[in-house]
Design a protein. Structure first.
Length: 191
């Protein structure tokens, strides 16, 4: 997922590692952070794999920032561009990071075909339906399990219903995007 993020960010412009790190942390949200220890080894691995390359340093000697370190800027290679499109085509594995991975793909929709956008939206809808079925089963189980104390059962069901409603809302949103995509072929413009 982070590899796809970096490749997507570099599709239009070179960027330095610090900026990539800032943007990624802005995306993952306030309660989750991506460490430098995760980003820089990934960047170095991507350079070693020929997916990205460092742009020659054009900073004058006195233009260093921070602790005097030179800013390393990276750009996409042809191999990186190919890898980006391959990653966009791959289905997202069902995992706790699915939503973030989907968002990473969604933000890059302007770079891919309408057909691939449509496929990714359908995969997201299928993922949501999988999660909805799971929540419905958990809700039913919690309502019928006599071992759960009544006072506790009430709040467990409240939480499961809330989660189910959120998933159903997300499913409606995905279906609206699919319908909009299907009827006008315009993709994902908001009204």
């Amino acid at each position: 997922m982070y590899e796809l993020f970096i490749l997507g960010e570099l599709m239009n412009n070179p960027m330095h590692g610090y900026l990539l790190h800032q943007i990624l942390n802005g995306i993952v949200g306030p309660t989750r952070k991506v460490s430098w220890g995760a980003i820089y080894p990934l960047i170095h691995g991507m350079v070693a794999d020929g997916l990205i390359e460092q742009v020659p340093d054009e900073q004058p000697e006195g233009a260093r920032q921070g602790r005097g370190k030179k800013i390393k800027t990276y750009k996409l290679t042809d191999e990186g561009r190919i890898r980006f499109f391959r990653l966009m085509e791959e289905p997202i594995p069902y995992s706790p990071d699915y939503e973030l991975h989907f968002y990473t793909k969604l933000k890059n929709f302007g770079l891919i075909s309408k057909e691939l956008q449509f496929l990714i939206l359908h995969q997201y809808k299928d993922y949501l339906r999988y999660e909805i079925r799971h929540e419905e089963e958990r809700l039913e189980y919690a309502s019928q399990d006599e071992r759960i104390p009544q006072g506790e059962q009430q709040y467990i069901q409240l939480f499961f219903r809330h989660r189910l409603e959120k998933l159903q809302f997300d499913e409606q949103w995905a279906m609206q995007l699919i319908h909009s995509h299907r009827t006008d072929g315009q993709g994902l413009e908001r009204e």
